[in-house]
Ligand binder design. Structure first.
Ligand SMILES: Cc1cc2nc3c(=O)[nH]c(=O)nc-3n(C[C@H](O)[C@H](O)[C@H](O)COP(=O)(O)OP(=O)(O)OC[C@H]3O[C@@H](n4cnc5c(N)ncnc54)[C@H](O)[C@@H]3O)c2cc1C
Length: 329
């Protein structure tokens, strides 16, 4: 079976699927192994707006964020299902904030002054960024991959070594499961709870990160609005909490009063694959015997959608490094 594919990607969340597509576009025969349907992944729960939340500056992270922003802008212009570029406002409280490190990724980033916002806000940042409706985007990624000859295999592996049965190059995009598959105890869940309401006609994404009662955001989509949120480190419970939902609804309605009375359509909980020292994207120096090259691409926390295409490009460059004799072509 090892001859059938050049590379196998473990994981069919947004990270695994974008990586598989890029490897395929570089000429490799690619399979994706997944334990779950894409609708059951963390990626399917994501609010999925471009925003490097809970992400520290590193030059390579800025590069990934920039590439992803540009790719989404291109896809939105092409009409890729679920990808829309939206005006976004991050409202700030208290003393003036420095511009964020990721402003460099955005061609139209601008600072809002006191006159541009109402109390209790003292300023903010405005920019255009992608909102991605994952219920449409994940199927599009899968379909594009399959149409170009890719193979999706529904299988849970107990160890990454097992993926070496399919191909000599293995990419580990298993998200939170990397904690067990790699014994990486830095990987922990960051629980996120959302409320979905009918869209009363909103178009602009709005955030209030300084809210003392919790990070608050309102992200309109085509028919609904995503209201959030929470970032609960180390919490594994995926049952929506009614008290948390009520608090999210209250904070979001204070932030955007047009939401008052909007019918509640549903509640979602997902476990972000947080990693204390940031994303792991590297070639494993000690791959299991059966695997010629093992590349890790996991631990994207609250910014997996924001970094996804940049990380896919970086993995593809690693797999093609001639020094390692791992070109899949
Ligand atoms: C409430 C919430 C809101 C969010 N909002 C945003 C946002 O606005 N912007 C943003 O950028 N990010 C956001 N995120 C974060 C984003 O969802 C994640 O960073 C991203 O989805 C991680 O993708 P992934 O592909 O690594 O993991 P996942 O989507 O979890 O996919 C992991 C894949 O690995 C497979 N797998 C796991 N174990 C095995 C195994 N043993 N064998 C085979 N396959 C296996 C799974 O089946 C799955 O296919 C949000 C997350 C949550 C929960």
């Amino acid at each position: 079976m090892g001859d059938r594919f050049d590379a196998v990607v473990v994981g069919a969340g947004v990270i695994g699927l974008t990586t598989a597509l890029r490897l395929q576009q570089a000429g490799a025969r690619v399979a994706v192994l997944t334990a779950e349907q894409s609708t059951e992944t963390t990626s399917s729960v994501a609010a999925a707006v471009w925003y490097p939340a809970h992400t520290r500056f590193e030059p390579r992270v800025l590069e990934w964020a920039t590439r992803t922003h540009d790719e989404f802008a291109r896809q939105a212009a092409e009409g890729v299902p679920g990808v829309v570029m939206r005006p976004t406002r991050m409202l700030l409280r208290g003393r003036p904030h420095d511009n964020p490190w990721w402003a460099a990724a955005l061609p139209d980033f601008r600072v809002l002054r006191g006159d541009d916002v109402r109390a209790p806000f003292t300023g903010g940042w405005a920019f255009t960024a992608a909102t991605v409706e994952m219920s449409r985007y994940l199927p599009w990624l899968q379909q594009t991959f399959r149409t170009a000859g890719g193979t999706l295999i529904r299988r849970r592996v107990d160890a990454l070594e097992q993926a070496g049965i399919w191909a000599p190059v293995v990419v580990n995009s298993s998200g939170l499961a990397a904690r067990a598959l790699c014994g990486d105890t830095e990987v922990r869940p960051a629980r996120g709870q959302l409320v979905l309401v009918a869209n009363p006609g909103l178009h602009t994404s709005v955030r209030d990160a300084d809210n003392a009662d919790g990070y608050t955001y309102v992200h309109p989509r085509s028919t609904d609005v995503v209201l959030g949120g929470t970032f609960e480190l180390g919490e594994w419970d995926t049952t929506p909490s009614p008290a948390t939902a009520a608090a999210i609804l209250r904070r979001c309605t204070e932030l955007v009063p047009e939401l008052a009375g909007a019918p509640v359509l549903g509640h979602r909980v997902g476990l972000r694959p947080h990693r204390d020292s940031g994303v792991r994207l590297d070639t494993d120096p000690r791959p299991p015997d059966r695997i010629r090259q093992l590349v890790h691409n996991y631990g994207h926390g609250g910014a997996g959608v924001t970094l996804t295409w940049g990380c896919a490009d970086a993995v593809t460059a690693l797999v093609h490094q001639p020094r390692q004799h791992c070109s899949p072509t």
